[in-house]
Design a binder for this molecule. Structure first.
Ligand code: DAT
Ligand code: MG
Length: 150
């Protein structure tokens, strides 16, 4: 069982896509175990994207992610990290196939709608930046008793 951090970025809020994007995560079978609408400040943005601090696009990335409210989500389920990454599609929407979130709704690598942690270790780090442990509510869905572990 894994948890991962999803951010529905300011462009998702602005474009009214929150429902659509949450729906895709839910229908895939992942549980939403924490969720909040927040306006990220520069300190949190820099911590969250600390791996990219030396990249030329870093200042623009921080400006964008702090530009308006975003929806932060912790989602949980089997292979949650990889499943979210595959729902998202590649970073650059022009390479993203139809059927993925970026492939269906985005055209540009800046406003690409969604963040998902890229590994279990990143997920642990990023979740702790956005949520305190008592904000995460674990539960199961009855259907999951039928999962066959492979
Ligand atoms: P991802 O969001 O798919 O995990 P990433 O971690 O490599 O991608 O980069 C974080 C964000 O930074 C990405 O969603 C958009 C922005 N970004 C990445 N590469 C970029 C580039 N070459 N030019 C402009 N923005 C970029
Ligand atoms: Mg990333």
């Amino acid at each position: 069982m894994q948890r991962t951090l999803v951010l529905l970025k300011p462009d998702s809020v602005q474009r009214g896509l929150l429902g659509e994007l949450i729906s895709r995560i839910e229908r895939r079978g992942l549980r939403l175990v924490a969720m909040k609408l927040i306006q990220v400040n520069e300190t949190l943005a820099r911590q969250h994207y600390s791996d990219h601090i030396t990249k030329p696009f870093f200042p623009g990335l921080v400006k964008f992610i702090t530009s308006g409210p975003l929806l932060a989500i912790v989602t949980e389920g089997e292979n949650a990290v990889k499943i979210i990454r595959s729902l998202m599609g590649p970073t650059d929407p022009k390479d993203a196939p139809p059927g993925t979130i970026r492939g269906d709704f985005a055209t540009s690598v800046g406003p690409n709608l969604i963040h998902g942690s890229d590994s279990v270790d990143s997920a642990t780090r990023e979740i702790s930046l956005f949520f305190s442990p008592d904000e995460i509510i674990s539960y199961t869905r009855d259907i999951e008793k039928w999962i066959i572990e492979s």
